[in-house]
Design a protein around this ligand. Structure first.
Ligand code: FMN
Length: 368
């Protein structure tokens, strides 16, 4: 399933997100070798910072990281870009800086080293100050304008979810000359607290990533897609081909994968792409445009939502568990256990819907 993103013809819509899995030529080559449609480099800055240890924590659901940008300063990237691009493949350079001129410098350097496009990454959940920068449309406009004016290759802006109005920031990026936006970066978090040591998991705020942030990424992509006419790359919690399709159907042209590679290796990319290709073949879809935004049509505003009367019904299949999840989830006392099934008292059921989501057997469905 091909796609066109940032003016680049990609053989598939699955990209490597910016992160340590794309920190140098060797790792980028691994991503390209795994079949990725494109790879975004780890963010490149003028002065690399020393990393702290430990810097990545995981709790079985999501990850928190306090990793700081690429270890390779911009001047060190020509060899790595050459090596990365030797095998073919699209490489997008992620850059960050605190002033427009510094950003433009980084962008033109990376262009001269062979980058196919630029992704500006301004948010960073470790520093509140950068989250403020990333949510200020005026700053985003100025930063993007300076970069776009100084390179010939296309420019994308990576958006933070820590903003009050993501559409305004996306519009500012467009006005500044961006050809696309990526949504979303990691989200400011504290993964947990060690109760014996009274210490937060990583001793400071970090970026939350992986499965738990996918619903936030999906909402951000849909919000931008509804408000701004600009190609979008979705990111956040992509782990299967179905997740890729969710992003595409909500308006993305491509997606990025990060944490899933961190936890499962580059073969995760190969697996997602091969499952996606199989799905696309069955559905006779050859280009992302054939499905892009399909679910957006069914995304209503709250005011357009259907109001009652509605109730739930249980199918005739035997209830195979004693979980009673539906009964516990029913605040209206409408569900009772019978010998082999559950019984729904229609006069009490208010049609809230929760029972159908908690039932492990998918027994319950809504009747209008
Ligand atoms: C360890 C780690 C390092 C990251 N480094 C960067 C970075 O240098 N630049 C950037 O823009 N995003 C960075 N990200 C964010 C990812 O590119 C991505 O936007 C985010 O993790 C959501 O996708 P995921 O849930 O698939 O990981 C990093 C994420 C992680 C987990």
């Amino acid at each position: 399933m091909r796609t066109d993103y940032l003016g680049l013809r990609m053989k598939n819509p699955v990209m490597l997100a910016s992160g340590p899995w794309s920190r140098d030529g060797k790792s980028i080559r691994k991503g390209i070798g795994a079949g990725a449609g494109a790879v975004v480099t780890e963010t490149i800055v003028t002065d690399s910072l020393t990393d702290t240890c430990p810097r990545i924590a995981y709790n079985g659901f999501g990850a928190q990281n306090i990793r700081l940008y690429s270890d390779i300063q911009v001047e060190g990237w020509p060899e790595d870009m050459d090596y990365a691009k030797e095998s073919g493949g699209i490489v997008i350079a992620s850059i960050s800086a605190s002033t427009p001129s510094e950003l433009a410098y980084l962008a033109s350097k990376m262009e001269s080293f062979g980058a196919d496009a630029i992704e500006i990454s301004l948010s960073n959940p470790m520093w509140e100050s950068l989250e403020i920068v990333a949510s200020d449309p005026e700053t985003i406009f100025k930063m993007t304008r300076e970069v776009a004016a100084n390179v010939k290759i296309p420019v994308a802006v990576k958006l933070s979810q820590n903003v009050t109005n993501i559409s305004r920031v996306a519009k500012a990026a467009k006005q500044g000359g961006a050809s696309a936006v990526t949504a979303i970066n990691t989200i400011r978090c504290i993964l947990g607290v060690d109760l014996e040591k009274c210490e937060p998991s990583l001793s400071t705020y970090g970026g939350y990533s992986g499965a738990p942030i996918r619903p936030l990424g999906l909402a951000s992509v849909a919000t931008v897609a509804q408000a701004v006419d600009l190609p979008i790359c979705g990111a956040g919690g992509v782990d299967t081909y179905e997740h890729v399709l969710e992003y595409l159907m909500l308006g993305a042209s491509a997606v990025q994968v990060g944490t899933a590679i961190m936890l499962n290796g580059y073969e995760k990319i190969t697996e997602i792409i091969s499952d996606l290709e199989e799905w696309a073949k069955k559905k006779q879809i050859t280009h992302v445009n054939q499905i892009k935004g399909r679910a957006l049509k069914n995304l209503k505003s709250f005011d357009e939502m259907k109001v009652g009367p509605a109730s739930y019904t249980a199918d005739q299949k035997e209830c195979m568990t004693d979980c009673e999840k539906c009964i516990k989830a029913c605040f209206y006392d409408a569900i009772e256990k019978t010998i082999n099934n559950v019984d729904i008292n229609q006069s009490l059921c208010e049609g809230c819907g929760l029972c159908s989501f908690v039932c492990p057997q998918n027994k319950l469905s809504l009747v209008w």
